[in-house]
Design a protein around this ligand. Structure first.
Ligand code: AMP
Length: 183
C-alpha cells in the first residue's frame, strides 16, 4: 500500500494556492498582497515551482534570466540554473554598483525606477524575464525595455502569478508571457 492510498496527489496548482497567503491592505489600503513566503519556505514546492517556470523555455536558447528585485531574484536564480543560463539583476534605483541605464515605471501602488548594468547583455544574449507577480505589467515592461536598451533580445516572461483583472498580459504583448497561477 502506498503512502497516498485512497487519495490522489495534490496538483501543483493546488499546492501553489495553498502556499500563497493573501494579505489585505498591504502595503497600502485597497491592495490585496499575494505573499509567496510560505511557498518559498517549502523546499519541494519551491523546487517544483521554479522548475515549472523554466520548463516552457527549455528549448528557446535562453542565455540569461533577468530577475526583478527583490522577489524576482529568488525565483530567477533557480530558473537560470535549471536552464543553464546566467543571471542578470534588474534593481531599484541606486543599488547597482557599475555603469547603468534606468527607466521610470508605474506600479499598482506608486511609481519607481529600475536599473540594469550597461554591460549586462554581452554579445547576442537572449533573455527570459522573471518576477513573482504580474499586476499592471508596468514593472515587467520597463524591465524588457531595459534589456533591449543594453542590447539583449527578450525571449519572454515567466511569472509565478498573474492578477488577471489588471491587464498585465496584454500590456506585454506581443512578447511571450507564461504564468503558472492566475487570480
Ligand atoms: P506591476 O508593475 O503593476 O505589474 O506590479 C508588479 C510588481 O509589483 C511585481 O514586482 C510584484 O512583486 C509587485 N506586486 C504588484 N501587485 C502585487 C500584489 N497584489 N501582491 C504582491 N506583489 C505585487
Amino acid at each position: 500500500m502506498g503512502s497516498h492510498a485512497g487519495g490522489s496527489e495534490p496538483t501543483l496548482d493546488a499546492r501553489m494556492r495553498a502556499g500563497i497567503r493573501d494579505i489585505p491592505d498591504f502595503p497600502s489600503p485597497g491592495i490585496l498582497f499575494r505573499d509567496i513566503t510560505p511557498l518559498l519556505g517549502d523546499g519541494a514546492l519551491f523546487r517544483d515551482v521554479t522548475a515549472a517556470m523554466a520548463a516552457p523555455f527549455a528549448d528557446t536558447d535562453v542565455t540569461h534570466v533577468a530577475g526583478i528585485e527583490s522577489r524576482g531574484f529568488v525565483l530567477a536564480a533557480p530558473v537560470a540554473q535549471s536552464l543553464g543560463a546566467g543571471f542578470i539583476p534588474i534593481r531599484k534605483q541606486g543599488k547597482l554598483p557599475w555603469k547603468r541605464v534606468g527607466r521610470e515605471y508605474g506600479l499598482e501602488y506608486g511609481t519607481d525606477r529600475l536599473e540594469i548594468h550597461e554591460d549586462a547583455c554581452p554579445g547576442d544574449c537572449r533573455v527570459l524575464i522573471v518576477d513573482d507577480v504580474l499586476a499592471t505589467g508596468g514593472t515587467a515592461r520597463a524591465s524588457a525595455e531595459l534589456v533591449r536598451m543594453v542590447g539583449g533580445t527578450v525571449v519572454g516572461f515567466s511569472f509565478l502569478i498573474a492578477l488577471g483583472a489588471l491587464g498585465g498580459e496584454s500590456r506585454l504583448a506581443p512578447d511571450r508571457v507564461d504564468v503558472l497561477l492566475r487570480y
